[in-house]
Design a protein around this ligand. Structure first.
Ligand SMILES: Cc1cc2nc3c(=O)[nH]c(=O)nc-3n(C[C@H](O)[C@H](O)[C@H](O)COP(=O)(O)O)c2cc1C
Length: 618
């Protein structure tokens, strides 16, 4: 049903043309028809547009019928003759204009409307998403213009005949044979060129079809079962895992034996595994010069870049090191230090990885956790960690259990690659994104390469774009929460009565009341956020509190979530400078906020509109 509504404008155009064709565009018939179509479509498409269900092209169709009505009723000499003589050409000219004008004026290109139907909201504001839609819109402008020219062929070259072919068949064939395939292919192609992973984990989805009646939307994503290489038709149809081993015991050490356990199972899953021994590579110490974060690449010429390249190209990666004094080996640490620039510039794509570590009984958990975190530097997330205690080469404790664990992990790794699985993000991702994003923003003059990279991927402002996953909106039912709390309190009071009269302290603990400090109140704000009211809002409120309390802190609101953050923000949207007692009185309703502001009891810098919104958010 929705599908029919979606194409009402195009149905109107078909009726207009078919009736016009039969009656030779006789004014007696076209006058009421064009007016009726204009009124019906203007009401219908206008209502859908208000609900966000109509595209710029639909508006263009309303414009087309406005031209037709004007032509047949008011200007039959010129416009009326154009509408009856060149109805198809006029349509394509109108489409060229509605497609070209918004991007020229800096507004969103029309394909954005279709792309948003299939793309997670998290990517809508990212630079790649916008760029792909800009490109696709210009492509469609060219296609509409071409169809306008094609529809003129019967008039320019009348001896060719076949007007219906040039007016309808060829333009439709161009849509089907060129327009829609490009729609499907280009977003994937462009993302690969940008170093992003298309489809599920990618920040940019396909744009859906913008075209006329009878044409489908691009399917969201198909679950892959074959390898990426198989899909692309390459001869080598196996997956590739690269394991970087920091042990000096090349091939015979315990770390190597654990990698071999993984390799055996991976082979059964169509995976080749290349083990790179850092000990055999020539990799110099990091000079700590910062050139990699300033210019985007390290200047030292040795084997480091080649090894990283292999990790970046692999389908899955493994970082492995034995414990040397509660840490990774010097070989591994040197390799990681030299990768600093890669850590500053996240890939914008995630692939599965594993961390492997072995000790003689002291530190393998710490080391494998460290390696698991370091996987992110090469665009990988940990599917798991393989740890062991080994005393002498091959002398593992619980070897059978270790082999079974290796088998499970290898299977998980293979499955994650084949199904393009992502694991849910963790506090560590959030922590890294907050830290690195602020660092890069604050030092953008020096960290030029990093800053440009984060901007290009659109991840500077959006954690969702960084992780390539969006956040579902939870449901908030204040009524249910209140009823639940009341019942809890009543039950607790019932128990307290059974146990005898409560002390004053117990009573206070059972009913803590509102926080008595501005800090306490701010810390409680994220929990009290009205998510619906904060949907779509992105703002940083900075509070500079003086008097009885003396601190600066922020509340960051990001599309239905809020976090309390100690200290100032790099770019707050609004700064509230207030004595502690004034803000406490405003919060408790003892002092009118607007009056307090007007009389200078507290000061505000930045977006006053956000200050007004504050009350409705918490
Ligand atoms: C310099 C050095 C430091 C080590 N430090 C530790 C340590 O802190 N904790 C521990 O349990 N084992 C330690 N070991 C033992 C190794 O972690 C253990 O023998 C491991 O199995 C070696 O793995 P590999 O054969 O893959 O190199 C150390 C070994 C060496 C040579």
């Amino acid at each position: 049903m929705n599908w029919i509504l979606e194409y009402a404008g195009w149905a109107g155009f078909t009726i207009f043309n078919v009736v016009g064709g039969f009656c030779g565009f006789r004014p007696q018939i076209m006058k009421p028809l064009s007016l009726a179509l204009l009124l019906v479509l203007a009401c219908f498409i206008g209502a859908r547009r208000r609900r966000g269900q109509a595209s710029d092209l639909d508006l263009g169709l309303v414009g087309y019928f406005a031209l037709a009505a004007l032509g047949f009723w008011l200007f039959p000499g010129f416009l009326g003759r154009i509408m009856s003589g060149y109805p198809v050409t006029t349509l394509y000219v109108v489409l060229v204009l509605v497609a070209a004008i918004p991007p020229l004026l800096g507004a969103a290109p029309f394909t954005t409307y279709y792309a948003r139907k299939t793309a997670p909201e998290a990517v809508w504001e990212t630079a790649p998403f916008k760029e792909i839609n800009r490109h696709l819109t210009w492509f469609w402008v060219a296609l509409f213009a071409l169809n306008a020219l094609v529809s003129l062929v019967p008039d320019l070259l009348p001896h060719l005949g076949w007007p219906w072919f040039f007016n309808y068949v060829l333009p439709t064939a161009l849509f089907m044979g060129v327009g829609f395939p490009v729609n499907r292919w280009y977003p994937q192609y462009r993302q690969r060129r940008m170093g992003l992973r298309p489809a599920s984990a990618a920040p940019v989805p396909e744009a859906a079809n913008p075209g006329p009646a009878g044409l489908r939307e691009v399917p969201r994503e198909k679950k892959i079962t074959a390898t990426a290489k198989k899909e692309e038709g390459e001869v080598a149809a196996r997956f590739k895992t690269v394991a970087v081993n920091g042990s000096p015991h090349e091939g015979f050490g315990n770390t190597s034996q654990m990698v071999a356990m993984l390799k055996e199972q991976l082979a059964k899953e169509d995976f080749d595994l290349e083990e790179i021994f850092l000990n055999k590579q020539h990799i110099e110490y990091c000079a700590g010069c910062g050139v990699c974060i300033e210019k985007g690449a390290c200047w030292i010429r040795d084997d480091h870049k080649g090894v990283v390249q292999k990790l970046l190209e692999a389908d899955a990666v493994i970082l492995a090191s034995p414990v040397y004094f509660r840490q990774v080996t010097a070989q591994m640490k040197t390799f990681l230090d030299r990768s600093l620039g890669y850590g500053h510039r996240p890939r914008g794509t995630w692939k599965p990885g594993l961390a492997v570590s072995v000790s003689a009984g002291w530190g393998e958990t710490e080391v494998s956790q460290y390696l698991a975190r370091m996987l992110g530097v090469y665009g990988a997330f940990p599917v798991g960690q393989l740890t062991a205690i080994g005393v002498g080469p091959g002398g593992f404790w619980g070897k059978e259990a270790l082999e079974a664990r290796a088998e499970d992990l290898a299977r998980d790794l293979a499955r994650a690659v084949k199904e393009k699985r992502l694991y849910p993000p963790t506090d560590q991702y959030l922590d890294y994104w907050h830290f690195m994003g602020s660092l890069i923003k604050e030092n953008r003059d020096f960290m030029k390469a990093d800053y440009e990279h984060w901007q290009k991927l659109g991840i500077l402002e959006s954690f969702e774009a960084y992780i390539g996953q969006s956040r579902t909106q939870g449901r908030r039912d204040p009524g249910m929460r209140e009823a639940w709390l009341k019942e809890l309190m009543e039950r607790q009071r019932g128990r307290a009565v059974e146990a005898g009269p409560a002390t004053e302290a117990q009573a206070a603990a059972a009913n803590p009341g509102p926080p008595e400090t501005v800090r306490g109140m701010m810390e409680a704000m994220p929990g009290a956020l009205d998510r619906e009211a904060a949907a779509g809002l992105r703002a940083i409120y900075q509070f500079e509190v003086s008097g009885a309390e003396n601190f600066t802190a922020c509340i960051r609101i990001d599309n239905g979530t809020a976090v309390f953050q100690e200290g100032p923000a790099s770019q707050p949207d609004v700064i509230i400078r207030t004595p502690a007692d004034v803000w406490l009185a405003v919060s408790k309703g003892e002092l009118d906020g607007a009056a307090a502001f007007m009389t200078g009891k507290f000061q505000v810098e930045g977006d006053l509109g956000l200050l007004m919104k504050l009350k409705g958010l918490f």
